[in-house]
Design a protein around this ligand. Structure first.
Ligand code: GDP
Length: 227
């Protein structure tokens, strides 16, 4: 059998050879995210968490990192994450069911300069309790803005994930906002960070919700965690 199954165009239009395995993974990602995605639950306190059912993948990042845009790009829905745009959203976990095979969990943004003490406490409180206690949580996608440097708050969350022993994967967002050379440097930096954290997955995904770069690859990574 041929060791390459398909040619795929990346965001720049360049062709890359894909192995059978890579093509199958991309296909699995496409299939998973073609399913209906619906908002099922919001939790503001630990005792409000929905019963742990299927596997969960959570999305976390600093406020403004592009998390809502990424969730919308992944699911192909313009306003999936809009439900979480209501006042107070920073303090809750939003659960979305993806075709009955996976739960996507939208975590509140952290580290916003103007965020009050309460939000910080929530991240340490509800968020840490959720992360540490959720047996069905398969991975946290930790978003980092490719255009700006990694902040102390990002490192603090990585350390928290290490302590909670929850696997996390770094995802660079807004890659369209930096030149290719800077994007490469960011990727190297993120990989170095991943190596330094015991709970980090070694692969880093580079994405742009604007151009669609990396969306198929991120869907593929998430599909490996679905039922
Ligand atoms: P959230 O606060 O993390 O949910 O971030 P949003 O998705 O609301 O995005 C924050 C800002 O970044 C908005 O102004 C978006 O238009 C912008 N943004 C989000 N994704 C991208 C991207 O891929 N490229 C660029 N250039 N801007 C983006």
């Amino acid at each position: 059998m041929a060791d390459h199954a398909a040619d795929a165009s990346d965001a720049t239009g360049a062709c890359a050879h894909l192995t059978d395995v890579e093509a199958a993974l991309l296909d699995a990602g496409r299939m998973l995210f073609a399913a209906e995605c619906r908002f099922v639950y919001a939790a503001q306190r630990l005792d409000q968490l929905p019963p742990a059912a299927g596997p969960e993948v959570a999305f976390a990042g600093r406020s403004n990192v592009g998390k809502s845009s990424l969730l919308n790009a992944l699911t192909g829905r313009r306003a999936l994450a809009r439900v979480s745009d209501t006042p107070g959203r920073t303090r809750q976990l939003n659960f979305f069911d993806l075709g009955g095979r996976l739960i996507l969990v939208d975590m509140p943004g952290y580290g916003y300069a103007r965020a009050g003490k309460a939000v910080k406490q929530d991240w340490q409180g509800l968020m840490f309790d959720y992360l540490r206690g959720r047996a069905t949580l398969r991975r946290v996608m930790l978003l980092l803005d490719a255009r700006i440097e990694v902040k102390d708050a990002d490192v603090a969350v990585m350390e928290l994930l290490d302590r909670a022993a929850v696997t996390f994967q770094l995802v660079l967002t807004k890659a369209d906002g930096v030149k290719a050379s800077a994007s490469e440097r960011k990727l190297d930096e993120a990989r170095t960070l991943a190596r330094a954290h015991p709970a980090a997955h070694p692969d880093v995904v580079v994405t742009s919700s604007e151009t669609g770069e990396g969306i198929a690859e991120l869907r593929a990574a998430i599909a490996t965690l679905a039922d």
